[in-house]
Design a protein around this ligand. Structure first.
Ligand SMILES: NC(=O)c1ccc[n+]([C@@H]2O[C@H](COP(=O)([O-])OP(=O)(O)OC[C@H]3O[C@@H](n4cnc5c(N)ncnc54)[C@H](O)[C@@H]3O)[C@@H](O)[C@H]2O)c1
Length: 281
């Protein structure tokens, strides 16, 4: 059971987390409620590992024969020492997953969530072992981004937080701790900027390209806020803003009506080929 992780959610983040763990020599099981996610996830991981092996960053054996399997339910997985939930940013989905993990995972396992904003304390309270629940917040694209924001719940044992920090570091990441507060630090700071950029677009202050160029060239951001929103996923951005708005009760976090419209239209960003921009393939 040593160095085994079960990742729940085979979307962009679950796939990136799985690739990162494999590259560090871990065995990985990935669970998704929709089997349709598996082929894309496997192909992304195979390509990513092959590229790293070519550059000599990982063993060719890991790339050629990754210790990776896909499952339709948590109950189908074998025991792991670490579980990372990376399913859609919706409280009811995450609560169901944490209840299932509580039922199925070994008692000494760490139960982590990659949520962008949802209370880790609430997720921990859905289990009979809240001391083992920790927020382990990766960034997109996971194989490239160095940060893991580590969020202990109110009930989390210090030893559990420290184990998560040392795993993040063993996977080549830098762990930074933040308290369990809506959006933690990263999204509490980032999302109001993205929301304001969407507000500017909605009011016609500038075009999408114009807004992104201003922030990219003027503020030295690696990409503009609208391109970043597309990369994150507009559904995820909307969910995070709703958590901030409800959590603080402050109108400054109210999601832009244009963001809601984009999500209603199914324009969820890069992952579906259309958001504020169009994407080929
Ligand atoms: N996209 C980002 O930039 C980013 C960054 C950090 C954290 N996150 C967080 O990571 C999580 C996943 O985001 P994503 O961008 O990978 O989303 P995504 O839409 O790409 O993937 C979500 C996956 O969860 C699966 N899923 C839904 N319900 C499920 C269930 N009950 N059981 C198992 N799988 C289920 C979906 O089928 C999908 O494959 C969210 O909590 C999000 O807030 C996202």
């Amino acid at each position: 059971m040593a160095n085994t992780v079960c990742v729940i959610g085979a979307g962009q983040m679950g796939t990136g987390i799985a690739q990162t763990a494999l590259a560090a020599g871990w065995s990985v099981q990935v669970v998704d409620a929709f089997d349709s996610a598996f082929a894309r996830s496997k192909s992304v991981i195979d390509k990513g590992l092959a590229k790293w092996a070519e550059k000599g960053l990982i063993d060719a054996e890991i790339a050629g024969n990754p210790a990776l399997s896909y499952h339709s339910a948590i109950e189908q997985t074998s025991p792991a020492m670490l579980y990372i939930e990376a399913a859609s940013e919706q409280l009811d989905i995450k609560l169901d997953i944490f209840r299932a993990l509580d039922h199925h995972a070994p008692r000494d396992a760490l139960l982590c969530s990659n949520t962008s904003s949802i209370s880790i304390t609430t997720l921990a309270a859905a289990t009979s072992r809240p001391a083992s629940v920790v927020g382990m917040h990766f960034f997109n694209p996971v194989p490239l981004m160095k940060l893991v924001e580590v969020i202990p719940a109110l009930q989390t044992a210090r030893t559990a937080t420290e184990r998560v920090i040392s795993i993040a570091e063993a996977w080549g990441k830098t762990a930074v701790e933040a308290k369990d507060s809506p959006g933690f630090v990263s999204n509490r700071v980032l999302m109001p900027m993205i929301n304001e950029a969407i507000g500017c677009l909605h009011e016609g202050v500038a075009s999408a390209e114009g807004i992104d160029q201003i922030m990219h060239l003027g503020m030295a951001h690696p990409m503009g806020p609208l391109a970043l929103a597309d990369l994150i996923g507009l559904d995820t951005c909307l969910s995070i803003l709703n958590v901030l708005h409800n959590g603080f009760g402050d109108p400054r976090y109210r999601p832009s009506p244009l963001l809601k419209q984009m999500v209603d239209a199914g324009y969820l960003g890069k992952k579906v080929g259309r958001g504020f921009y169009h994407y080929e393939g």
